[in-house]
Write a protein that binds this ligand. Structure first.
Ligand code: FES
Length: 326
């Protein structure tokens, strides 16, 4: 079979039935991957023409666009044309399982906890990625790192979901010195370092964690992009992490943050309304921007739609699909 790989305009060959990701790697095609098991979405590619059967690229946002496949789970069944996303922005941090020791567990606001974990080996990841965290044997959840990969200590923000099966037990079960397991990194919503234009980050709730990671990764590595971070919360008591945002804004004049509250019940200095409306009232056109999203699926879907309508190609709107699990 012949595979034309865009935008590299490179033709490679493979026997019918070959795994697409194996073929791309064998031919040194730059393509991101991590879990190799269809979980993380990092290896998604676009099929322009031909038969490349495999599972849908992801739930939610990408499921609406069935031309995307997960290369690690797809087979080449005919001559085809595929497109690999951003071949100059490839990350490959093969997922691995690490042990970790809890070094801090404290309160960020009434329903968000900060968990810091020191791993037994360094975890290489790109800012914005996440891991699956096994908090205790039957409690596995996905959480994004809030920092950058500078040492062996990772920070996570965990929301307590009142009717959840795991998070209501956190205060009782987790303590400094306790053990956890991590598997990752996972996820395709990572910082694109080659981009020099403005960046828009929209966070809902504990979606602030990966957005902080993206922002820190950009600023602390010397990227000079203008960055606007919009943080949406329901009420003032749900706003957390202000000290992180204030410190970044103080040190980096190109960084701006905006807090938006959806509740109109109380007086507050913050802007009111939906965070997506606040963004797009401020920026009418977004050509040349890259957009990073993390938060509840309805927010991510609304923001994706509005960003694409304002001139950002779908490929430059980055979000991993997270569905609430408490
Ligand atoms: Fe293919 Fe994770 S590497 S889905």
């Amino acid at each position: 079979m012949e595979i034309l790989v865009n935008p590299l305009n490179k033709v490679i060959t493979a026997p019918a039935g070959s795994n697409l990701l194996d073929v791309l790697r064998e031919h040194q095609v730059p393509v991101s991957y991590s879990c190799l098991s269809g979980r993380c979405g990092t290896c998604r590619c676009k099929v322009i023409d031909g038969q490349v059967p495999g599972p849908a690229a992801a739930e939610g946002r990408l499921a609406q666009n069935d031309t995307y496949v997960l290369a690690c789970q797809s087979t080449v069944e005919s001559d085809c044309v595929i497109e690999v996303p951003e071949p100059d922005e490839v990350v490959t941090h093969p997922a691995k399982t690490l042990k970790g020791t809890i070094t801090a567990f404290d309160i960020l606001c009434h329903d968000v906890r900060r968990l810091r974990v020191k791993t037994n080996k360094p975890l290489e990841f790109s800012p914005g990625q996440y891991v699956q965290l096994q908090l205790w044997p039957e409690a596995v959840r996905s959480y994004s790192m809030a920092g950058v990969p500078v040492d062996d200590e990772l920070e996570f923000h965990i929301r307590i979901v009142p009717d959840g099966r795991v998070t209501p037990l956190l205060d009782e079960k987790l303590q400094v010195g306790g053990s956890v397991k991590l598997n990752g990194p996972l996820g395709a919503s990572y910082l694109r370092r080659k981009h020099e234009g403005p960046m828009l980050c929209i966070a809902g709730g504990t979606g602030l964690a990966p957005m902080l990671s993206v922002v820190r990764g950009a600023l602390e590595s010397g990227m000079a992009n203008d960055i606007h971070l919009f943080f949406g919360a329901r009420a003032e008591r749900d706003v957390y992490g202000l000290h992180y945002l204030e410190a970044l804004a103080k040190d980096f004049p190109q960084f701006h943050y905006h807090i938006v509250l959806s509740s109109t019940e109380e007086s507050s200095p913050y802007q009111r309304g939906l965070v997506t409306d606040a963004v797009f009232e401020r920026f009418e056109r977004l050509e040349g921007w890259r957009v990073y999203l993390a938060g509840p699926p309805p927010m991510v879907e609304a923001a994706t739609l509005m960003a694409t309508r304002r001139g950002v190609p779908f490929e430059h709107v980055y979000a991993d699909a997270f569905y609430p699990s408490g």
